[in-house]
Ligand binder design. Sequence first.
Ligand code: COA
Length: 158
Amino acid sequence: MTEADLVDLVLAEQERPAWTAAQFAEELYHPAGWQLVFCQGEPGRLVGYICCRSVAGEGEILKIAVVVQCRGQGIGSLLLQTALSRMAAEGTGRCYLEVRDSNSIARNLYEKFGFRQIGLRKGYYNSPREDAVVYKVNIPRAGQGKESRFPQPGAFGI
Ligand SMILES: CC(C)(COP(=O)(O)OP(=O)(O)OC[C@H]1O[C@@H](n2cnc3c(N)ncnc32)[C@H](O)[C@@H]1OP(=O)(O)O)[C@@H](O)C(=O)NCCC(=O)NCCS
């Protein structure tokens, strides 16, 4: 993700409340932040993204989204798998995230990648008010023969 993506990111942002260009830009320059985008077609149109942070062996997924028309095609899985592969490669041992209790699609995605619920933050979200489910996954170190859960991006031809 770069500054050149900011306009497309805001156009692609369909969550409520949506992130503004300023929020994406802040993440872009956060010292622990890194992001991946998925582009489709020629010239590439940004259709998905994931915002992550990693520091001192701990990773966090802040946000993942795919535009509505492109969901259900494996793009979210590819973004998450690529992010976890990168964390494995850099030696990040654990990854955390928070998700709305009612977001069963995202929860299915996270659980598919081994995330397990470790907590609940009561009333964490506003508009509408809702609990946040806290998830964690342990990430096997790259090179320890357990990479099959998080294959390297090359396995997907990107
Ligand atoms: C969550 C999201 C990123 C998934 O992206 P996607 O490209 O559609 O995901 P995939 O096609 O890779 O599907 C991944 C998994 O999600 C789950 N999933 C996807 N669509 C689903 C549906 N309609 N119903 C139930 N589960 C679903 C499944 O577990 C699926 O794995 P499977 O295909 O092996 O069964 C997308 O739905 C999205 O952008 N949602 C809005 C933003 C959001 O809620 N982000 C998470 C909080 S930050």
